[in-house]
Design a protein around this ligand. Structure first.
Ligand code: HEM
Length: 407
């Protein structure tokens, strides 16, 4: 960024939305934090300070309803992500009861998937790997499809639907007519696909998450067909593109900090705090939306009742009022309570799974790639603003060695 003149909240947000700034929106976030709660010209409030975001995430006067006029007509408005108690809590309980036990003990399986994906490229020769296409993208699709009970042969269809649908999370005025049409098409395809799958499980239940949600032993009974479809769609998007970006952003951080890469290669335990630092430093989910149910006094100003609010999680996690030296990547940063998984009632349900996938994938890359280098820095980025990450991440290397643990 070249300008040093102060910008309005609206201007700063416009800069962040611009695709040309996708590789490094952080200087704009730093400017935003100078006024941590600011009103934009369209009446939306931009919240960018760590303490202010954390306060609002836990405030009962805040609603998860994004007040998106488009949502009113869509079943997605029933997603637990955008619902408030008591509906939210009931749906979340059903999902958590079925989801959490199924992800326990999955580390070995995730390791096996990572090994298989990298084995396909093992070579004693110098070569290149697109970390997004070859590892970060197929890993979470495989894992989420297995959890949900999507047949293996349908994974490519399911994965590409997830990619197409994530653009729908961005502000609607940044989408072209063509993109809006394409999103509607993808939504229709997903609904059709899920209906067939739900029908199949109805007659022949398995031990997958889908069957669990349908035939839950919870006193409230299983989920009805609409909630089921919406929840499966949410898990697909929430659990996929986010994890892709965590692995890609983590790889980028490692290759830009070779001393950290070397440390991880020799000490796999570093993966645990390192992934937390990626979630703070370069988070896959950059912002989230809310609305106010009452006037809220915060940071010397009042957000009025009925206002739309944007919580800029990525800005909050680099706030110097909370994190010392916030623009530095510190792989073993202590006290790293970042906002990468949100907070409060809507704290990410898949955090444990996402952490495991990223820790295992990054450790495997560090151990198996000999002298990895970025082919392009910065890499090309996807259009998406909210779920932000590289489109491709080409890495060249001298050798890609077999899995050391397997030998
Ligand atoms: C790196 C990966 C991930 C990141 C960064 C991430 C981030 C987030 C964030 C920030 C929220 C809160 C949104 C808000 O407050 O508005 C959230 C919610 C959620 N996440 Fe994740 N997520 C990830 C992976 C996953 C996975 C793997 C799953 C499941 C398969 C998942 C399922 C969910 C669900 C269901 C919610 C909604 C919870 C609720 O509304 O109560 N996420 N996630």
């Amino acid at each position: 960024m070249t300008t040093t003149t102060p910008c309005s909240a609206t201007d700063l947000f416009t800069h962040v939305l611009r695709h040309g700034n996708r590789a490094d929106p952080y200087p704009y976030f730093a400017q935003m934090r100078q006024q941590p709660v600011a009103r934009m010209d369209d009446g939306t409030w931009l919240v960018s300070g760590y303490h202010e975001i954390a306060q609002l995430l836990h405030d009962p006067r805040i609603s998860a309803d994004r007040l998106n006029p488009q949502d009113a007509a869509r079943p997605a408005a029933r997603s637990l992500l955008v619902q408030d108690p008591p509906n939210h809590d009931q749906l979340r309980r059903l999902v958590t009861q079925e989801f959490i036990p199924r992800i326990m003990g999955m580390r070995d399986h995730i390791h096996a998937v990572v090994t298989q994906l990298l084995d396909a490229h093992t070579t004693p020769q110098p070569g290149q790997l697109d970390v997004v296409a070859e590892l970060a993208y197929p890993l979470p699709v495989t894992v989420i499809c297995e959890l949900l009970g999507v047949p293996r042969e349908d994974e490519p269809v399911f994965g590409s639907l997830a990619r197409r649908l994530t653009r729908g999370l961005d502000p609607v005025d940044t989408q072209t007519d063509e993109e809006i049409h394409e999103l509607q098409q993808a939504r229709t395809e997903l609904v059709q696909y899920l209906e067939v799958l739900i029908q199949q499980r109805h007659t022949a239940p398995g031990d997958d998450l889908l069957s669990g949600l349908m035939f839950s032993q919870d006193p409230s009974g299983g989920m009805g067909p609409v909630d089921l479809r919406v929840t499966l769609g949410l898990l697909l998007i929430a659990g996929h593109e986010t994890t892709v970006n965590l692995i890609a952003n983590g790889t980028l951080a490692l290759l830009r900090n070779p001393e950290v890469l070397a440390r991880l290669r020799n000490d796999p335990a570093l993966a645990t705090p390192l992934v937390e630092e990626v979630l703070r430093y370069d988070p896959p989910v950059q912002m989230s939306g809310r609305s106010t149910l009452a006037d809220i006094d915060i940071a010397g100003t009042t957000i009025p009742k009925g206002a739309r609010v944007r919580l800029v999680l990525a800005a909050g996690s680099r706030d110097a009022k909370r994190f010392p030296d916030p623009d530095r990547f510190v792989p073993d940063r202590p006290d790293n309570a970042h906002l990468g998984f949100g907070g409060g009632l809507h704290y990410c349900i898949g955090a444990t799974l996402a952490r495991a996938e990223a820790q295992i994938a990054l450790t495997a890359l560090a151990r198996r790639l000999d002298s990895p280098r970025l082919v392009a820095d910065p890499p090309p980025y996807r259009e998406n603003t909210i779920l932000r990450g590289p489109e491709h991440l080409m890495v060249s290397f001298d050798r890609l060695t077999p899995d050391v643990q397997a030998n």
